[in-house]
Design a protein around this ligand. Structure first.
Ligand SMILES: *Cc1c(COP(=O)(O)O)cnc(C)c1O
Length: 468
């Protein structure tokens, strides 16, 4: 299995190289050179597997010769062993056709653990084999950072530096990062918003000497291995509901487009996924794009669902590449135009193709609280604010008489957002016992301005200190 860049100017790589590199040198994102496809019979044969085994089978298709199946299965079993539910990603039925896929039973209570716990294993394995070290740098609007830190803490061959926008994450999210005091972990609060943090990370990667010196690597959702590790749970849910013999729809709370892109990939691999619903908060660039082919970035506005407070959805580039018939030059040109003008020029035919599958709806904060209240009142199950945008979008966008089941990706445990829960339903959901003392733990992080030189100096200092 080889990977090509969406911008076509980086040489093809194997899974290991793509895992370690994150972003391609030409600024593009790696995608499989050809998509693995399973027949209906092959999908049927995967029904009923325990989650770690299904994950090993699916990720194995993307790893190719880089990893043998037994090694991979060992890793998925370790990665998901610490999850707080025996099914790893259980389906909870909410009404006659709506199901919540609970992706929040990992160490940081959000879906990012599903991929990140496996990524930690993969990094460890590959670096050890090669006798190498890396410095992982990442930007987070909340959940990615803690999931990455949990996956990398105390690993011998990895230093990790995570940038978060100062004051823009929830307190639980910040504490889940800043209370990890392992020597290979450093947290930086940037005076700016999430897009600033993401730009700083991209700029560090674009600084070739710095990138080489630090052996930079990424675990943001631009890393292909993360997308690959998110595909299994879409297959798990679809198979449980009768695929490949019964079609399903998914509704996904979306920020960087990584999670919903994994659902798209599951469809590309042959699962009968009839519709993909993109749910947003007031930062609704993707919903505007789907409605009117207007992808214009606006300033990011804080909302009750901070992990979706994003205006530049990095992973959209992978879908764009497919919509443009894998034309890397056209993809690169569109991405450059977007960066220069703030508006992405998508040809009408490509946009129409996207709207045949993807539908979008956005919810403001008041609507989010109302939806949390409604779902809790009618089902007894409380969605977090991110998930609530997706339960609402599913209801709004699927006609009442649509016979297909719809699976809502439940991306965070409601206890991560206790203030929103209290406003919506009048109580603060309890944290699971393993996190109960989070508010008493010591925090460690530095606050830095939105300036590349200072961030790079901090990264260099961290990596050196650990090397010494
Ligand atoms: C990261 C995150 C999202 C958005 O996922 P993307 O892959 O960025 O689209 C949604 N909900 C929660 C709780 C998250 O942590």
């Amino acid at each position: 299995m080889r990977y090509v860049s969406t911008r076509g100017e980086a040489p093809p790589r194997d899974f290991e190289a793509v895992l370690l590199a994150g972003l391609a040198e030409d600024g593009g994102l790696f995608v499989p050179e050809t998509w693995p496809e399973l027949s209906a019979a092959e999908w049927r044969a995967l029904r009923g597997l325990p989650y770690p085994d299904l994950a090993a089978r699916i990720v194995g298709l993307f790893a190719g010769d880089s990893l043998d199946q037994a090694t991979l299965q060992g890793m998925t079993r370790v990665a998901y062993a610490g999850f707080g539910h025996a099914a790893v990603a259980p389906l909870v039925q909410l009404d006659h056709r709506t199901h919540a896929l609970e992706l929040f039973h990992g160490p940081t209570l959000a879906f990012k653990d599903m991929a990140m716990q496996l990524l930690g294993q993969l990094f460890d394995h590959v670096l050890e084999k090669r006798g190498e070290r890396v410095t992982i740098v990442g930007a987070t609007s909340g959940d990615t950072g803690s999931a990455a830190i949990e996956a990398c803490r105390d690993r011998a061959n990895v230093d990790i530096v995570i940038l978060h926008p100062e004051g823009r994450t929830s307190e639980v999210q910040r504490r889940q990062m800043t209370t990890v005091l392992s020597p290979n972990v450093r947290n930086i609060a940037v005076r700016g918003d999430f897009d600033d943090c993401q730009d700083l990370v991209k700029a560090m990667f674009a600084d070739a000497p710095f990138r080489r010196e630090m052996r930079l690597s990424a675990v943001n959702s631009i890393n292909w291995a993360r997308v690959a590790a998110q595909i299994p749970y879409y297959a798990y849910a679809a198979l449980a509901l009768g695929a490949p013999d019964r079609p399903v729809a998914f509704s996904v709370p979306t920020g960087n487009f990584g999670n919903v892109l994994a659902a798209w990939a599951a469809r590309r691999m042959g699962l009968p996924i009839e519709r993909l619903i993109v749910a947003s908060n007031r930062n609704d660039i993707l919903v505007r794009f789907l409605a009117t082919n207007d992808m214009t970035a606006r300033p990011v506005e804080p909302s009750l669902s901070p992990s979706m407070d994003i205006q530049v959805s990095s992973n959209f580039e992978r879908l764009l590449f497919e919509l443009l018939g894998r034309d890397a030059a056209a993809t690169g040109a569109a991405m450059r135009a977007f960066r220069e003008t703030g508006r992405m020029p998508v040809p009408d035919a490509a946009w129409r193709q996207a709207t045949a599958l993807f539908h979008g709806a956005a919810l403001d904060d008041a609507g989010t609280l109302e939806e949390m209240r409604r779902v809790h009142a009618t089902t007894g199950w409380l969605p977090d604010p991110h998930t609530a945008t997706a339960t609402a979008a599913a209801r709004l966008l699927l006609p009442e008489d649509a016979a297909i089941p719809v699976v809502v990706a439940a991306t965070a445990h409601p206890a991560k957002f206790p203030d929103a829960a209290e406003q919506a339903v009048g109580f603060r959901p309890a944290l699971p016992p393993r996190l109960a003392d989070l508010y008493e733990r010591e925090e460690r992080y530095s606050v830095l301005p939105n300036r590349l030189e200072e961030i790079e100096a901090a990264v260099r200092g961290h990596a050196r200190r650990n090397a010494a």
